[in-house]
Ligand binder design. Structure first.
Ligand SMILES: C=CC1=C(C)c2cc3[nH]c(cc4nc(cc5[nH]c(cc1n2)c(C)c5CCC(=O)O)C(CCC(=O)O)=C4C)c(C)c3C=C
Ligand SMILES: [Fe+2]
Ligand SMILES: [Fe+2]
Length: 335
């Protein structure tokens, strides 16, 4: 008997890919930033303090002060296309659509804010995607990023009568295609500099230190990425953790502390790369490229270069095509 999907009148089920990143405010204004932070910082995967203790601090202190400060930071990196994270993730989805061709529908979503994961999963299903690869674009697994993106997707599926089949992208922190793309991108950026840097920092987003003891592999994944990238580049990298939040102890060493201390150790020229970010965003363009530069120069450094993320560049898109294509095995022909 002919399978139903081969019947000329029944359209063939399609395959969807949903790229997911963290999310960003809709505007660089305090009200929009407040909405975004309220959703983000209420996620129990992100702030692991009992809600009865945390919500009064969040509502009573943080959401009264931080939105204004953060909106000012966002304004410095905002472009006509909007937030860099939103614009680049959109461009990545478009470029990947071109790389995959018509066999696959590529879309994108954000864990917080817009476009929401549930909304885009429903849209893919409505377009006939009965099989969807959910791809949280975090190379290093962390419960606060990868797991919460997966949670949101499965929660959306919980409300569907006819669910699509869902695969999730595993972490790719040590994938040879990822390391090769990073190395190529770093080499390319370094080749444009007049002089080689004395030191290169690999700055990853920080996490509370206790998550390491609780069994989150994030710290180990960051260290492995840095070791493999260092081997591929044939030079040493200084691993640091950025974006400290709150009073608890976070993973160390802190990027800003290291940048401030390097000139005294004889490092006059520094380059910094952020291998854990699939796309440039507030944390790289403002915290590293603007404030990190100020910190290093104020401490006596002479030259600071920020090396961009893989973004929608050729190396990054080819890498995503390879690792996502592998996960689609059996769903599309000749992945
Ligand atoms: C408890 C607080 C936070 C944890 C834990 C955390 C983990 C974490 N975040 C990223 C990636 C990104 N974070 C971004 C922004 C951002 N992060 C926090 C706090 C925590 N992050 C805040 C409050 C903000 C918002 C900006 C601010 O007010 O400072 C972003 C950029 C978003 C953008 O709009 O550009 C990314 C990306 C990772 C990978 C991670 C854990 C590994
Ligand atoms: Fe963050
Ligand atoms: Fe930050």
């Amino acid at each position: 008997m002919t399978p139903p999907s081969d019947h000329p009148n029944i359209p063939r089920p399609r395959v969807g890919v949903l790229l997911v990143n963290l999310g960003t405010p809709d505007a660089a204004e305090p009200a929009a930033v407040r909405r975004y932070l309220a959703e983000f910082l209420s996620d129990r995967r992100v702030v692991e303090i009992p809600q009865i203790v945390w919500q009064p601090i969040l509502r009573g202190v943080i959401l009264r002060t931080r939105p204004k400060k953060s909106a000012h930071a966002y304004k410095q990196v905002w472009s006509e296309a909007g937030s860099p994270l939103a614009a680049i993730t959109r461009a990545q989805a478009q470029a990947l659509q071109g790389a995959f061709g018509p066999d696959v529908i590529v879309d994108h979503a954000m864990r917080y804010g817009n476009p929401a994961i549930g909304e885009r999963l429903a849209a893919l299903k409505a377009e006939g995607c009965e099989r969807i690869l959910l791809a949280p674009l975090y190379p290093q697994y962390c419960a606060a990023t990868t797991a919460t993106a997966n949670d949101a997707a499965f929660l959306a599926l919980a409300g569907m009568r006819w669910q699509p089949a869902l695969r999730t992208l595993p972490p790719y922190h040590d994938d040879p295609a990822y390391i090769a793309a990073l190395a190529a991108s770093v080499q390319k950026s370094l080749s444009t500099l007049e002089q080689a840097p004395d030191a290169i920092l690999a700055s990853f987003h920080g996490m509370p230190a206790r998550t390491l003891a609780l069994g989150d592999p994030y710290h180990c994944h960051c260290q492995k990425t840095a070791r493999l990238l260092s081997e591929a580049l044939g030079r040493e990298l200084i691993v640091t953790f950025q974006s400290r939040f709150g009073r608890a102890k976070w993973l160390e060493p802190a990027t800003d502390t290291v940048l401030a201390g390097l000139p005294a150790r004889g490092v006059r020229r520094v380059a910094i790369v952020a291998p854990g970010f699939a796309a440039d965003c507030l944390e790289t363009l403002e915290e590293l490229a603007i404030r990190g530069r100020e910190t290093f120069l104020a401490a006596g450094g002479e030259r600071f270069d920020y090396l961009p993320c893989l973004n929608d560049g050729e190396a990054g898109i080819a890498m995503l095509r390879t690792i996502l294509g592998r996960e689609l095995e059996g769903w599309i022909g000749a992945a």
